[in-house]
Design a protein around this ligand. Structure first.
Ligand code: FES
Length: 304
């Protein structure tokens, strides 16, 4: 039989400290389980058998203890108290003697899909469970309008419905956008527009309906400023050409006129097309650039 030496992680070193906290105990279990992955197949089979044999003894003893405590009126109260202790609860639920409460169970399930969500710039928060429905908030790319965001939402839904028996459906709660304000004085065009940072884009007719236009404009100081102008149902808005997620350009963003949204092509962050408010990540937004229409010409203020 071949063997592979695997060094025990620091958290696996046996301790005589009976006061170890829940986190370090759980980490020790995780580290030990991860170390098993480093063994060759036959060694892992032996280790798994040892683990299963020890767990079977523990389970049998725990079942006896729980049954005896439950059968005694006075002891039952102690049992219920013990079950509230996080370590005891973890131990009993690991052995299938108590069922974790649905919130705990659902959060454990979400931990398994979170790395996949986060690798795509998304995340999920479980808000509550009511009558078999899990209410969640989705952040980042999970909450966009793209195909990838739909896939991520489906991933969350199937993980919860398949992983938690008491959950039969999932509802996504809306994220509240906050308003964008541009000071009124920044929209006035004085007698010398260039000195105030205004640049003429051109006649309104040069901006195609229901489309976005990318522009590279020179500010008064000579700096080039990349912007996009969104024409959504003849409502014009201008933004810096940088997604709020990773600052990547929005040249190929998808403008959805029916829903009034603009979706970044890179990771699916979804924005309100006319305010730049990010609907995927609360608090994020496109940097709006002041825009005015004066005598049929469109002006944007890109700075002095
Ligand atoms: S969503 Fe990532 S850069 Fe736009």
């Amino acid at each position: 039989m071949s063997t592979t030496a695997v060094e025990a992680p620091a958290s696996q070193v046996p301790t005589t400290d009976g006061d170890a906290d829940f986190e370090s105990l759980a980490r020790r279990v995780d580290d030990a389980a991860a170390a098993l992955e480093g063994l060759d197949e036959s060694s892992r089979a032996v280790a798994d058998e040892v683990k299963a044999a020890v767990e079977a003894i523990h389970r049998a003893g725990l079942v006896t203890i729980v049954q005896r405590l439950r059968s005694d009126d006075a002891a039952r109260a102690v049992l219920f108290e013990l079950v509230d202790d996080p370590v005891v609860h973890m131990l009993l639920s690991l052995h299938g003697i108590v069922r974790p409460d649905p919130m705990t169970h659902a959060n454990r399930v979400l931990v398994t899909v979170r790395p996949q969500l986060q690798s795509h710039g998304g995340d999920v928060v479980l808000v509550r469970i009511e009558d078999g429905t899990a209410f969640v908030r989705l952040d980042g790319a999970c909450n966009g309008c793209s195909m990838s965001s739909v896939t991520l939402r489906n991933l969350v839904e199937s993980a919860l419905v398949e992983g938690v028996p008491s959950i039969t459906g999932v509802e996504v709660l809306p994220n509240e956008p906050s308003p964008t304000l541009i000071p009124l004085e920044s929209l006035r065009i004085g007698p010398d527009p260039a000195s105030e940072g205004w640049v003429k884009v051109g006649p309104t007719a040069s901006l195609p309906d229901d489309d976005l236009t990318t522009l590279s404009l020179s500010s008064a100081s000579g700096d080039l400023v990349d912007i996009i102008v969104v024409n959504a149902g003849r409502r014009l808005s201008a933004y810096r050409n940088e997604c709020a997620h990773e600052g990547l350009p929005l040249d190929n963003a998808v403008l959805d006129i029916a829903n009034g949204t603009l979706t970044c092509p890179w990771h699916g962050f979804c924005y309100d097309a006319t305010s730049g408010e990010c609907l995927s990540a609360p608090g994020a937004q496109l940097e709006q650039v002041p825009l005015r229409v004066d005598s049929g010409d469109v002006w944007v203020r890109v700075g002095t």
